[in-house]
Design a protein around this ligand. Sequence first.
Ligand SMILES: *[C@@H]1O[C@H](CO)[C@@H](O)[C@H](O)[C@H]1NC(C)=O
Ligand SMILES: *[C@@H]1O[C@H](CO)[C@@H](O)[C@H](O)[C@H]1NC(C)=O
Ligand SMILES: *[C@@H]1O[C@H](CO)[C@@H](O)[C@H](O)[C@H]1NC(C)=O
Ligand SMILES: *[C@@H]1O[C@H](CO)[C@@H](O)[C@H](O)[C@H]1NC(C)=O
Ligand SMILES: *[C@@H]1O[C@H](CO)[C@@H](O)[C@H](O)[C@H]1NC(C)=O
Length: 369
Amino acid sequence: MTAQDRVLIQTVVLLMVIVQGETQVGCVFGGSCVLPCRFQPNSDTILHWVKKNGENVQVHSYYKDQDQLGYQDPLYKGRTSLFLDQISGGNASLRLARVNLQDQGRYLCYTSTSQDNQETFVTLTVRAPVARVDIVLVNNTVTCQSGGIYPRPQLTWSVSPRPATVLQNTTEVHEDDQGLYDISGSLRTVYNDTESTYSCSVQNEHSARKATMRQHPPMQSGPKSEVLLPCNASGLYDITWTFNHDQTILRKQAGQEKPQVEPEWQQHVRELSESGSLLLYVTSSAKSEGTYRCTLRYADETDVTRIELKILEDPSEEGSYRTHYLLSIPFLLVILSIFVIISLYIKQRKAKETQHSPQEKNPLSVIRG
Ligand SMILES: *[C@@H]1O[C@H](CO)[C@@H](O)[C@H](O)[C@H]1NC(C)=O
Ligand SMILES: *[C@@H]1O[C@H](CO)[C@@H](O)[C@H](O)[C@H]1NC(C)=O
Ligand SMILES: *[C@@H]1O[C@H](CO)[C@@H](O)[C@H](O)[C@H]1NC(C)=O
Ligand SMILES: *[C@@H]1O[C@H](CO)[C@@H](O)[C@H](O)[C@H]1NC(C)=O
Ligand SMILES: *[C@@H]1O[C@H](CO)[C@@H](O)[C@H](O)[C@H]1NC(C)=O
């Protein structure tokens, strides 16, 4: 073996050590996470977990067969633990709970026994996936929003069919006090566009979620009747039906047998079908006319169907004024006919009287009387 070969082998071994020493761990914000570390077990075990960000931050220590937390940095108080029953087997992994963004960085696992000492490095990164995206359509603006995301997310729109005019869209991103990102985007649509479907996607390196706003063609119904508001659900979903932006009609979570219907809607809700369609009893335009929304939440998607319902009032039911007015026509006709009949009768009587009067004035009758 030449000297050159030996250098090469040594370099390869060194590289393997470095690669092995730089474990990457991705943790979910708010969750718990294990930073792995193994050592050759022996007697007199000493373990130190230290965060190396310029200065050394004491994360967790163990010696004399027990945890030693006297010098633990307050940032880690109550959040760290070792697998105590596994230490004798060479497992020095650290469990970290309630992970936050400040936990990101490089950690050193230092182990020492009566035989040797060892250093292992673990790099921790934190991610907060896009959990849920909400979408609303008010007047001619579609707004989409999500929050609690890390790293910084992006928002994109897709519209189909795409209207001929240019759509204006804006996106705002805010960082909250925990370092997570809130994002909201709005898209100005063509006024009274009831055709297009709007989709918004929020995504970062680790996750993506989508929300879609569909518009059902406007529907009509008579008052005091049942109407089926369609919704197209499939698979596993949570469903919410709402009325005019903020009134909840009912909710049902995936796996629940029956929907929870709000008290003021119990008179109106007849049935919720398998596909999420709602059979509703509508009363008057004042009470039942408006915008109905079916919101379906799937694992990685929100799907909103929006329906404008118009109640066509029966003219005879509309107002008391008109009701009386309309009622009075047949009433007048009846009165008029009675009047006509009576006057005809009286006329006839009068005619008979004039016919009879000469007879009455007949001297014979006077004689008879
Ligand atoms: C250490 O033990 C824990 C608990 O059994 C286990 O989850 C983890 O994978 C082990 N780590 C290593 C590096 O062996
Ligand atoms: C939508 O339009 C109505 C009527 O033009 C207006 O009163 C309302 O404030 C608008 N809503 C929003 C959120 O702009
Ligand atoms: C949103 O705006 C960006 C640039 O401002 C543009 O590239 C994009 O096409 C717009 N999206 C839609 C759906 O109009
Ligand atoms: C939009 O629709 C509403 C009711 O459907 C109507 O009153 C309004 O005039 C329409 N506006 C335009 C610009 O078409
Ligand atoms: C309902 O959804 C399914 C897929 O989820 C789709 O194939 C079907 O075309 C939809 N039907 C309507 C009427 O939108």
